[in-house]
Design a protein around this ligand. Structure first.
Ligand SMILES: [Zn+2]
Length: 198
């Protein structure tokens, strides 16, 4: 790609950093966009807007363009129950089921010590703080059924044992290895409803 202008190579390099996009797909996406001038302009505007307005909610760490996110600032939700998820897409997936009326807490990942994701890299300290300060009664762990998800559940179960809070985990309806975000609404809904105490 040496013959390409520098800025195109840099653009491809940025796309290459995205999850599930290899260098070849990155180049394909960039070339496709460069041939669609109007869409390129729209994308540039959206990216600019996202850069200027989007930040993490200071309470749950979901993305928002307001101070607190839409969910944290909703007074009609149950303040005593927190659903712990690893990422933004999981909040969207659970909200779609209409089965959950509490608040969320995003860990921003799952434990994976071999790849450097140790407990201090996740928003665990902040979760404990919320439990302590807000009189939380129940924590639902809605984490992927993967090695990392299981490791995170075990860690949180042990850590939260010392707090007066009920901990439950999504029922096993979700297949091993499956991500919350790709689980269909009916399965997720029943996994929530049949959550088991830890
Ligand atoms: Zn929030």
């Amino acid at each position: 790609m040496k013959q390409l202008p520098d800025f195109i190579q840099k653009l491809i390099a940025e796309f290459d950093k995205l999850p599930s996009v290899g260098p070849k797909s990155a180049a394909k996406l960039v070339f496709n966009l460069l041939h669609r001038k109007e869409d390129l302009k729209i994308l540039a505007n959206h990216l600019n807007e996202a850069y200027n307005h989007v930040h993490s909610c200071p309470q749950c760490f979901n993305l928002t363009d307001k101070g607190l996110c839409r969910i944290c600032s909703d007074p009609n939700r149950n303040k005593k129950i927190i659903c712990v998820v690893s990422q933004n897409q999981d909040v969207e997936a659970i909200e779609k089921t209409n089965q959950f009326n509490g608040y969320y807490h995003l860990l921003n990942g799952l434990l994976n010590p071999l790849e450097g994701t140790t407990p201090d890299k996740l928003k665990i300290k902040e979760l404990v703080q919320r439990i302590e300060e807000n009189g939380i009664k129940e924590i639902i762990l809605a984490l992927d059924q993967s090695m990392e998800g299981e490791a995170t559940v075990l860690y949180l179960k042990k850590l939260l044992r010392n707090y007066p809070v009920e901990i439950s985990q999504l029922a096993r309806g979700i297949p091993m290895g499956a991500n919350i975000e790709y689980t269909d609404e009916a399965t997720l809904s029943s996994a929530l409803e049949n959550r088991k105490k830890l």
